[in-house]
Design a protein around this ligand. Structure first.
Ligand code: PLP
Length: 427
């Protein structure tokens, strides 16, 4: 008979798994990014010697800088004073306030749907909605883009339904796969609008046309598009003027909207269905009322004021122009995400490290398993709050490092981005 599992053996299991990650180079080290609402995208961190350093954040998803917006901060504080910090319950048990309902109304209207449902993040919204659909409709077949986010993969894995993965944005393959499933079987096509690791955009009209032809439901993750694209910032479906043709939209309140949480928007029937069967919705404490109020204020601001979005896209354009002028190659794509290929995980990590330590530039090296091996890259996220001097400094530093003629330290760049001065970090 096998012996009892001993405490030490559990420890060994955990240690071995972590060692495997370290050996593979996929172990995650967190940099402490001490954000400043006043000086965003500038932040401070402690280096390995314990010295305080400053850097410019080039990987924040606070695309419009709204998390530092005074009117949102005031709204959050005001409602927190009135309603307290937490909701204190699930939506079903004392956790629904007027702030939750108002925000759901705003979201539904924004996406031109009958209803919306709040979650504590878009991750949870994806997992819960997809799992619930799969579990409650056992014959449902999922058609999922190969580049879909981890939360979509997790949601589809969480039920035992058949799944068919199509190559990224490959409409021919999607159609072939749809043809393989009997006409009388329920189908759901799951995709993102803006793919954050490649900056590609889904051919949404073609997907909708295929869905109509094969009578499939559609589910789109607009996490990296809400707040940015379309006339009122509702996303790619608004931009393409096809909002009413998609069945379910998933979005986040934590990126361009600058607050926290996630949601889905759909017909009132579908919303009622997920509200009634979705375990990840039912059995968790609802969002704090103050968070809902601040998110609502943020969306109204986005809808009303186009200037931040204009500034954001103008910065993206400026960044790409500056990279071109400095001979830094990037992958062309139609979105706001700028991808600079750097072959090899080690080189990619090394480059990001040098940028931080020598130039005070913080950006993310993207390696396997986030992208396939051979597609390692630096991913640059510009926000509406980056200034021309930040952009020039980044492009110059990348040129120096990528072209291998980097010699001296931070001071080499004459108007170094971290010098403080009037207007630093302002719009
Ligand atoms: N979907 C996509 C495409 C994402 O990139 C993310 C990343 O955070 C999520 C969903 C999860 O969103 P949230 O942070 O609101 O949970």
């Amino acid at each position: 008979m096998p012996g009892l599992y001993r405490y030490m053996e559990y420890q060994q299991l955990f240690t071995d798994q972590l060692k495997r990650l370290k050996d593979e180079g996929t172990y995650r080290y967190f940099l402490e990014v001490n954000k400043s609402a006043q000086h965003f995208p500038r932040f401070t961190y402690q280096d390995e010697q314990g010295n305080s350093q400053q850097a410019i954040n080039w990987c924040s998803n606070d695309y419009l800088g709204l998390s530092s917006e005074e009117s949102l901060i005031s709204r959050l504080g005001f409602v927190a004073h009135r309603s307290g910090t937490g909701s204190g319950g699930t939506r079903n048990i004392s956790g629904t306030t007027n702030y939750h309902k108002e925000l759901e109304h705003t979201l539904a209207d924004w996406h031109r749907k009958e209803g919306a449902l709040l979650f504590n993040g878009a991750y949870q919204a994806n997992v819960t909605t997809l799992q619930t659909l799969g579990r409650q409709l056992p014959g449902l077949v999922f058609f999922s883009d190969e580049r879909n986010h981890a939360s979509i993969i997790e949601g589809i894995r969480g039920c035992r339904n058949e799944k068919k993965i199509f190559a990224h944005n490959d409409m021919e393959q999607l159609e072939e796969l749809l043809q393989q499933v009997p006409v009388d079987q329920p189908k759901l096509i799951v995709f993102e609008s803006v793919y954050s690791m490649s900056g590609t955009i889904a051919p949404v009209k073609d997907i909708i046309a295929l869905a109509r032809k094969y009578q499939a439901l559609t589910y789109v993750d607009e996490v990296h598009a809400v707040g940015l694209y379309g006339k009122t910032g509702a996303g790619i479906f608004e931009q393409e003027d096809v909002q009413s043709s998609v069945d379910m939209v998933n979005g986040t309140l934590s990126k361009a909207i600058g607050v926290f949480g996630g949601y889905i928007a759909a017909s009132s029937l579908l919303i009622d269905f997920i509200r009634s069967f979705g375990r990840g919705f039912i059995f968790t404490t609802s969002l704090p009322p103050a968070i809902c109020a601040a998110a609502n204020t943020s969306i109204q601001l986005i809808q009303r004021e186009e200037n931040r979005r204009r500034q954001f896209f103008s910065n993206v354009q400026h960044l790409r122009q500056s990279l071109t002028e400095n001979g830094v190659d990037f992958k062309p794509n139609p979105s706001h995400i700028t991808i600079i290929p750097v072959a090899g995980a080690e080189q990619c990590r090394g480059l990001a490290r040098q940028l931080l330590e020598k130039q005070g530039i913080y950006l993310q090296p993207i390696n396997y398993p986030t992208v396939p091996i051979g597609e390692e890259c630096l991913r640059v996220i510009c926000t509406a709050r980056h200034l021309p001097k930040h952009i020039h400094h980044l492009a110059w530093s990348l040129k120096k490092l990528l072209h291998g003629d980097y010699q001296t330290d931070r001071q080499e760049f004459p108007s170094f981005a971290l010098t403080t001065g009037d207007g630093e970090g302002q719009d």
